[in-house]
Design a binder for this molecule. Structure first.
Ligand code: ZN
Length: 284
């Protein structure tokens, strides 16, 4: 993806239809979705959206993936000739699909994401992705940055945000369990709390990093219809949840399933998952 492409972002609000379409097409082209006449339009393609957290030489907790495991995943994606595109490009593709104006999507498209702003994403993950030129979306909650001992600093996050390969997006402000909080708060107070989490995260990231924030990942993958409506009203274009299956155009745009990757998902298991999504029997 070129540096010029990295400057193309879909905006948070509605605009003139032709301008919005131009932005979508640019985002799709920059994301590698449109490439070559041989690409055929596919009916309801399934796209695995993988989510990682932390990386280390050893498995220290359930969310840690060993570096060797991650390297094996990347080698597998390469061997399977997967097309790794930015999440924003898939969302742009999806919006075009929803508008009844579908465009071709590369076969074997995969999206990579990582949550929580762990420092190993900067130290370990980013260099391995740079080697292959593969993009990744980082979902970050700003209260941890330059604060929690495991988290990246604002300087590190800025460095990634300034690279075309990496996009930093919202994971709410302090990663609350929104469904639990909702059960413990009066409805109006909870709506104000949720609105603050959605807006403060977006605005803090946009102000600190100088980049628009249009995508959201729900903390713990938890949301409901009311929260999804609030996210849309707050100006987000889409939101991610968790779910062990690939994303399709039929999925709720504000609860997109992401496949949680832990260390026990070795290359063989990941190949099985990808094969199920692509459904063309070409894994391994
Ligand atoms: Zn998280």
């Amino acid at each position: 993806m070129s540096r010029a492409c990295a400057k193309v972002r879909t905006g948070p609000g509605p605009g003139p239809a032709d301008a919005r379409r131009r932005a979508l097409m640019l985002a799709l082209a920059c994301g590698g979705v449109l490439r070559g006449a041989a690409v055929a339009a596919t009916a309801a393609p399934k796209v695995p959206i993988l989510v990682y957290h932390r990386f280390s030489t050893q498995v220290r907790d359930t969310m840690t993936v060993r570096i060797s495991t991650f390297e094996a995943h990347l080698a597998l994606l390469q061997r399977m000739a997967c097309h790794v595109i930015p999440l924003s490009a898939w969302v742009a593709w999806r919006l075009a699909w929803d508008a009844g104006d579908p465009v071709p999507l590369q076969p074997r498209t995969v999206v990579l994401t990582a949550d929580d702003g762990h420092r190993s994403q900067f130290d370990v993950m980013a260099p391995l992705l740079r080697e292959r030129g593969w993009p990744m979306t980082l979902f970050v909650y700003p209260s941890a940055i330059s604060n929690a001992d495991y988290a990246m600093t604002w300087t590190q996050l800025q460095q990634l945000a300034d690279e075309p390969l990496f996009s930093v997006q919202s994971h709410t402000y302090w990663h609350p369990n929104l469904l639990r909080d909702q059960a413990n708060m009066p409805p109006a107070a909870f709506r104000r709390f949720a609105a603050d989490q959605l807006a403060r995260s977006r605005d803090t990231l946009a102000l600190r990093l100088g980049r628009p924030v249009t995508l959201l990942a729900w903390p713990f993958g938890l949301s409901d219809a009311g929260l999804q409506r609030q996210a849309r009203e707050a100006g987000y274009l889409a939101a991610c949840s968790l779910g062990n299956r690939a994303a399709t155009p039929g999925d709720a745009l504000f609860a997109l399933p992401r496949q949680l990757i832990v260390d026990s998902v070795d290359a063989g298991r990941l190949a099985t998952r990808l094969d199920a999504a692509f459904d063309d029997g070409a894994a391994s």
